[in-house]
Design a protein around this ligand. Structure first.
Ligand code: PGA
Length: 253
């Protein structure tokens, strides 16, 4: 059984005060949710303050990005060791906004994921096709290329720790969620691809769905056999909405 993992991606939103306010309301709402992993990824600037507000709770801290180097002349960048210093447990890498707006390649993502593992952190590696690619029937080809490229060099012993997030770009921030069936179809394909590469160890890898996950569609998505969690943007900014997502009801879609 894979333990569900529900992660909030705040993107470039919330000040330190707003992050602390979120934690004050959110932590009591989810303290009973002991069968799932709960993760919040604020902007870098709020990591320290949010980390303090989450201390002792069942909510883990994540970064939204990282540099693959440990230190040096990389103006404006943040290293894995700096995230460890702030008690981060996870970092999102290869989000489609980073790939499309900042030119991140599969190779960059692979280097970041490897650097995170080396520092003892868990990468949440994002993949997903654009609308154009889906309409051209290239979804599986694109996803396969992203898996192979973004996980290049992943060591077998790290496999179980890995988290993947399938986020079709056309569903991100658009209110247009993939239907549970469409999402499951791609998740099953991803799992199959992982099995070919890592054997039975692939069954332990958690694959999140992301793209307009909301309180009213999370139950149906989480009822699919290969959907092991959600990476949530817009709906994670509100403590009540994200708490409802954390408390998804499996099998009652
Ligand atoms: P969304 O974002 O939930 O606002 O669609 C998801 C994401 O980009 O991770």
């Amino acid at each position: 059984m894979r333990r569900p993992i529900l992660a909030a991606n705040w993107k470039m939103q919330k000040t330190t005060g707003e992050a602390a306010e979120f934690a004050a309301r959110f932590v009591p709402l989810v303290k009973d949710a002991d069968a799932v992993d709960i993760v919040v990824a604020p902007p870098f600037t709020a990591l320290d303050r949010l980390g303090q507000a989450l201390a002792g709770s069942n909510v883990a801290l994540a970064a939204q990005n990282v540099n693959a180097e440990e230190s040096g002349a990389f103006t404006g960048e943040i290293s894995p060791g700096m995230l460890v210093d702030l008690d981060c447990r996870y970092a999102i890498v290869g989000h489609s906004e980073r790939r499309t707006l900042y030119g991140e390649s599969d190779d960059d993502v692979a280097r970041k994921a490897a650097a995170l593992f080396a520092a003892g952190l868990t990468p949440i590696v994002c993949i997903g096709e654009s609308l154009e690619e889906r309409e051209a029937d290239r979804t599986f080809e694109v996803v396969e290329r992203q898996i192979d490229g973004s996980l290049a060099g992943l060591r077998a012993e790290s496999t179980a720790e890995l988290v993947l997030a399938y986020e079709p770009i056309w569903a991100i921030g658009t209110g247009r969620t993939a239907t549970p069936e469409i999402a499951q179809e791609v998740h099953a394909f991803v799992r199959d691809r992982l099995r070919r590469r890592f054997g039975a160890a692939a069954d332990a890898i958690r694959i999140q769905y992301g793209g307009s996950v909301k309180p009213d569609n999370v139950d149906a998505l989480m009822s699919q056999p290969d959907i092991d969690g959600a990476l949530v943007g817009g709906a994670s900014l509100d403590p009540e909405a994200f708490s409802r997502i954390v408390h998804f009801q499996q099998g009652t879609s």
